[in-house]
Design a protein around this ligand. Structure first.
Ligand SMILES: *[C@@H]1O[C@H](CO)[C@@H](O)[C@H](O)[C@H]1NC(C)=O
Ligand SMILES: *[C@@H]1O[C@H](CO)[C@@H](O)[C@H](O)[C@H]1NC(C)=O
Length: 178
């Protein structure tokens, strides 16, 4: 079921590879956030379709998919440079806009993952999922702080999004740690 299609214009996954090329431009940063949104949305579809029937085969796609996002965010984080001048306010507003969509989609992904906790427990997958969640949370945190440094005029709204995502991450990790 592709219900996330309404929420986000899907960007080809191939963009992930190119995302790091020109990270100092706001266009590259915006494309990167959109590509993280897109892979999160795809993984949400996969997680949504998990059931007792296919979990043995497809359940491992949860940690594998989370690790893929971690890898993409990690390589993008390496592209941030402290010498990049902050973006003007009109661009900062655009950045917050795509960040807000990312947070929305990512929260839905995390909530779907929470919903599969008892299945994951039955198939002994909670520990690898918890680990993958912690790894992803750490790199998204780094990404968020580097991003916020580039948009000083919109720090408040950006932080509100990041904090909201942080709360959902904590809930998800707590669920999978128990
Ligand atoms: C993770 O990335 C690899 C390499 O691009 C891909 O083959 C695999 O399907 C991805 N896994 C998931 C669950 O998205
Ligand atoms: C998210 O919460 C953790 C503690 O739970 C904190 O260390 C981290 O700095 C927070 N991240 C952001 C971006 O607020």
């Amino acid at each position: 079921m592709k219900f996330f299609r309404n929420l986000v214009n899907l960007v080809p996954v191939a963009l992930l590879g190119a995302a790091g090329a020109m990270a100092q431009s706001s266009d590259a940063v915006i494309s990167a956030i959109q590509s993280f949104t897109s892979v999160s949305s795809n993984l949400a579809d996969t997680v949504n379709d998990l059931s007792i029937v296919n979990f043995a085969t497809d359940g491992p796609k949860i940690p594998a998919g989370l690790e893929n996002i971690t890898t993409a965010v990690t390589s993008f984080n390496a592209e941030f440079s402290p010498s990049t001048p902050p973006y003007p306010d009109d661009v900062a507003i655009e950045v917050v806009d795509v960040l807000t969509t990312f947070v929305e989609v990512h929260q839905q992904l995390l909530e779907l993952i929470i919903g599969k906790h008892s299945l994951a427990a039955q198939f002994a997958l909670t520990a690898p999922i918890a680990e993958a969640l912690r790894d992803l949370e750490a790199v998204v945190d780094t990404f968020a702080f580097d991003l916020i440094a580039l948009i000083p005029t919109e720090q408040g709204p950006a932080l509100a999004q990041v904090n909201a995502l942080n709360v959902t991450f904590t809930q998800t990790v707590t669920t999978y740690d128990s």
